[in-house]
Ligand binder design. Sequence first.
Ligand SMILES: CC(C)(COP(=O)(O)OP(=O)(O)OC[C@H]1O[C@@H](n2cnc3c(N)ncnc32)[C@H](O)[C@@H]1OP(=O)(O)O)[C@@H](O)C(=O)NCCC(=O)NCCS
Length: 264
Amino acid sequence: MDRIRLATLDDAPAIQSIYAPIVTHSHTSFELEPPTVEEMWRRIEGTLKTLPWLVYDSGGHVLGYAYAGVFRTRPAYQWTVEVSVYVAETARGRGIGRALYESLFACLRVQGHRTAVAGITLPNPTSVRLHERVGFRKVGVFHRVGFKLGAWHDVAWWDLPLQAGPDPPAPPVPLPEIQASRAFQAAPGPAPAGTGKLKPRGAARQEPRPPDTGAIPPPVHPLFVRTCQTIATAGEWPYHGPLASGHGFGGTRKTYARQEESIV
Ligand SMILES: CC(C)(COP(=O)(O)OP(=O)(O)OC[C@H]1O[C@@H](n2cnc3c(N)ncnc32)[C@H](O)[C@@H]1OP(=O)(O)O)[C@@H](O)C(=O)NCCC(=O)NCCS
């Protein structure tokens, strides 16, 4: 059975084994040495104190992960997070990256975050496509800001408005508070087998692309279970309404909840 769930510390070895070859063999990450499993354990633990770290779990095997990190530490930045996603080489091109990102954004909206940003070391056409598909806008490029594997690399920065709301915004709700909520505890268990099927390997690149309407895709992927959609439906946590830019999902929190229900 496939599902997207919050990471646990037991996922550290699988996450490390997805990330290590990317560090060693590509310019994608600007780390020069792969972190150890212990270091990955520490990173997961540190992240989950406030922010989501999700894994794509296929029958007990972790095929990919996505997480949010602090963008900058000055307090006025607290509603903005930096996001990252990694999929095991053998599982790419099946929609896992997109499913992880959409689930992560659902979680971030529930917490009350307003903006996600991402940096992509160039060239990385797959990552650029993924970020475009989930609604990111390209902000600009820092030139020659990293030296790795014998070359200087540019980094493109992207941003995604997550939601609008009343200002001044309430501080984002730390993830453990959401996990401790009644709504989270009552959220449904794993989806029945057969729901949220992935594309066959490679299909993502061959299918004709739907016209780009400029709208952000649905906020919760059907594979994302027992985490955020029920919380949003229960209306216990912040969802402040549509984005002024037209990126919203419609009207009030109640409307949002109805839309959540319709796609789960
Ligand atoms: C980038 C990455 C996370 C994407 O995950 P994925 O599961 O392979 O991507 P998805 O299957 O969800 O596809 C997302 C989009 O990218 C497109 N895509 C997938 N593979 C592609 C490829 N090789 N070339 C071009 N586009 C590609 C898909 O077609 C899809 O777009 P579409 O909806 O228009 O069809 C994954 O390839 C990866 O882990 N790469 C190495 C690490 C990395 O670069 N991480 C991002 C750091 S910024």
